[in-house]
Design a protein around this ligand. Structure first.
Ligand SMILES: Nc1nc2c(ncn2[C@@H]2O[C@H](COP(=O)(O)OP(=O)(O)OP(=O)(O)O)[C@@H](O)[C@H]2O)c(=O)[nH]1
Length: 354
């Protein structure tokens, strides 16, 4: 009799566990479907930063993303962001910082919460007992971590199975990457979204046209490569929004200086390029010097309201008849070498390609 009762109790227990697992699985599946059905980055972030917590009865859910080029931040900031997300969406430029939570195995970690070690991942300062840190991996690269926090110290313990969580992390990584690419493609076009000026793709198309034209009418064509000096320091000292503000103001200043026939583009991060049609090497040098001087004298306003200074280095090159600079490739290469020479000679100066 005793045996049957024990057996029955055991069966009841197993049935209870099976039912609970089934509920869990359904919940995970529904959640995954919602992630997969999301249409854009903001919708996806809403699901992760808001729905996740309620659905799985957690105290806090945050997302840490590795964002060395500020791309995610820019895509997120392109639309209004709920203030409640600010403490839940964390960016880092440092792969090292992210790796330190997972290395070397990059496995899901179920651990006791330690304010000393984990406060960065949970800026809300909620009272947490245990946490799960899920590495988000895409194409073998650690792109971020999903951080789940519970007040209950026993909710995430190392002996609990992590299968569901690992599956979820894989789906979330794919969705994040997908949303990022999707937003990126929308922005690519021929304009640079930050500064509103032409982007490199536009420049690459236009330079071939300009070179053909210059050769056809036998007119000089000058190219200016412009690179902000020690720009990393601006980001490091004042934050990347300050760096962005300087980039915008520099593009405005360059734009104001040019004629309609000139071509201005953002070539890369803190690099700009200008094509000056019908402009000799000498005139290009004068224009470059004016630009350099104006930037040096400008008070750039950053979001904190502070005024800061910046300088830039410029390399100029001119395509002309009987010169070794005679096609697109040699023109770009010569201007690039000249700006490099300007940097080497101490920055905040103009160098002309020979
Ligand atoms: N804020 C901001 N920073 C950017 C952007 N694109 C690139 N950067 C930053 O520009 C910096 C360029 O750094 P470096 O290539 O080391 O050059 P630098 O500090 O300007 O030094 P020099 O060119 O040698 O004078 C990096 O820190 C990038 O993160 C952007 O769109 N916005």
């Amino acid at each position: 009799m005793q045996d049957i009762a024990t057996l029955q109790a055991r069966l009841d227990e197993l049935l209870r566990i099976a039912k609970s697992n089934e509920r869990k699985q359904t919940n995970f599946q529904e959640y995954e479907l919602a992630l997969l059905a999301s249409n854009n980055l903001h919708e996806l972030l809403g699901i992760v930063l808001e729905e996740h917590k309620e659905r799985f009865q957690l105290t806090d859910v945050t997302l840490l993303l590795h964002d060395p080029e500020y791309e995610f931040q820019r895509l997120v900031e392109a639309q209004p962001v709920k203030s409640s997300w600010l403490d839940k969406l964390i960016f880092t430029e440092s792969a090292h910082l992210l790796n330190q939570y997972f290395s070397p195995l990059r496995k899901t970690r179920l651990i006791r919460y330690s304010p000393h070690q984990h406060a960065f991942l949970f800026p809300d300062q909620a009272e947490l007992g245990s946490i799960a840190l899920l590495p988000l991996i895409r194409h073998n690269v650690l792109i971020g971590s999903l951080n789940l926090g519970s007040r209950n110290p026993n909710r995430f313990e190392s002996n609990i199975g992590t299968q569901f969580l690992e599956h979820l992390a894989a789906v979330m990584s794919a969705c994040l990457e997908n949303a990022r690419l999707h937003e990126h493609i929308k922005l690519v076009g021929l304009r640079d979204p930050l500064t509103g000026i032409n982007n490199r793709r536009f420049f690459d198309q236009r330079i071939s046209e300009e070179v053909s034209r210059a050769k056809r009418i036998n007119s000089p064509l000058s190219c200016l490569f412009i690179d902000l000096d020690f720009f990393k320091r601006i980001n490091d000292h004042y934050g990347h929004q300050a760096g962005d503000a300087v980039l915008k103001q520099v593009s405005q200043l360059l734009n104001d200086r040019l004629r309609n026939s000139d071509v201005l583009a953002r070539y890369g991060g803190e690099e700009f390029v200008i094509l000056l049609a019908d402009t000799s090497a000498e005139d290009a040098g004068l224009i470059a010097e004016q630009i350099r001087h104006r930037v040096e004298k400008t008070d750039f306003t950053i979001p904190s309201g502070k005024m800061i200074h910046a300088t830039l280095s410029i390399g100029t090159a001119t395509l002309a008849q009987h010169s070794h600079i005679h096609d697109t490739k040699s023109l770009v290469a010569a201007a690039d070498q000249a700006v490099y020479a300007a940097k080497l000679s101490g920055r905040n100066q103009v160098k002309q390609a020979r």
